[in-house]
Design a protein around this ligand. Structure first.
Ligand code: ADQ
Ligand code: MG
Length: 214
C-alpha cells in the first residue's frame, strides 16, 4: 500500500470531485477575494465490532496528505516529488469508513454501501445511528460530513472489504481494540488521522461506555 513511486503533480481544472474557485465579494462594503474548493459532501461511520470489542477503521494512502507532507519540485509545467526522500508511508492514514455523497440516495443508504464496500459488513439501515454533522474544513473546503455509528458482529461480515477495486481503491481494514484505542490512535500524534475520527472516539467514550466491558 505504501509502495508509491513516480509521483508527478499538475494543476487541476477539470475534476469530477473538486472545483477550485476564486470568490469575489464585498463585506461591509470592502471588496475581498477568497480561494476555495467546492466538493462533494460525505458520510463516515464509526464501526464497533461487538464480537471483538474493537473499532473497525480503514487505512489508505491519501494523496492530499502526502503532498502536504512533501516538497514539490518544479519541472516545466508540473511538479515532481522525490519518493526516496518522501516515502509513500507519509500519506497513510487511519480513518473512519467514509464515502462521498455523489449519488442521489439517502445518506444512511450511502453509509450502508460504504460499510459493505470498504469493511465488508452488511448492516441493516435501522442499525445505523446518525450522530451529527459538521463542516470538514473552514478555510478552503467547507463540505458537510455526516457521521453515523453502527455496531456490527462477526456474523455480519460478508466480504473482506477493501474498497472498490474497479475504482482503484486500496483499503486495509484494521481492528483496534477499544481498550487500546486511546493510546494507539487518539493520543499518538504520529498516527495520521482526520479530526472526525478523533471526535468519533471521544463521542463513543462518552456515550457508549456500556457497549463493552472497558
Ligand atoms: N479527489 C479525488 N480524486 C480522485 N478520485 C477520487 C477523489 N475522491 C474520490 N475519488 C474516487 O472515488 C472513490 C471513492 O471514494 P469515497 O467515496 O470512498 O470517498 P473518500 O473516502 O475517498 O473521501 C471522502 O471521505 C473523506 C473522509 O471523510 C473526505 O475527507 C473526503 O472529502 C471525501 O471525498 C475513490 O476510491 C476514488 O476512486
Ligand atoms: Mg472512502
Amino acid at each position: 500500500m505504501d509502495n508509491v513511486t513516480d509521483v508527478t503533480v499538475s494543476p487541476c481544472s477539470d475534476s469530477a470531485y473538486i472545483k477550485p474557485l476564486r470568490v469575489f465579494y464585498k463585506q461591509n462594503g470592502v471588496s475581498k477575494t477568497w480561494d476555495a474548493v467546492k466538493s462533494h459532501d460525505s458520510v463516515c461511520i464509526l464501526l464497533f465490532n461487538k464480537s471483538t470489542e474493537s473499532f473497525v477503521f480503514v487505512k489508505q494512502f491519501r494523496p492530499a496528505i502526502y503532498i502536504q507532507k512533501s516538497e514539490l519540485q518544479k519541472h516545466e509545467d508540473h511538479w515532481k516529488i522525490d519518493t526516496g526522500k518522501y516515502p509513500g508511508e507519509l500519506g497513510i492514514t487511519y480513518e473512519l469508513c467514509a464515502g462521498i455523497v455523489d449519488k442521489d440516495k439517502n445518506l444512511d443508504v450511502i453509509a450502508q454501501e460504504e460499510i459493505l464496500e470498504e469493511c465488508g459488513f452488511q448492516v441493516p439501515l435501522e442499525k445505523l445511528q446518525r450522530i451529527t454533522s459538521y463542516r470538514s474544513g473552514v478555510g478552503t473546503n467547507g463540505a458537510l460530513q455526516t457521521i453515523f455509528y453502527a455496531e456490527v458482529t462477526g456474523e455480519m461480515r460478508v466480504t473482506e472489504g477493501g474498497g472498490n477495486h474497479h475504482e482503484g481503491e486500496l483499503i486495509d481494514v484494521v481492528e483496534v481494540p477499544v481498550k487500546e484505542s486511546r493510546r494507539l490512535i487518539l493520543d499518538d500524534e504520529n498516527v495520521t488521522k482526520p479530526v472526525g475520527l478523533m471526535f468519533a472516539l471521544l463521542w463513543f467514550y462518552e456515550n457508549k461506555h456500556g457497549a463493552c466491558s472497558t
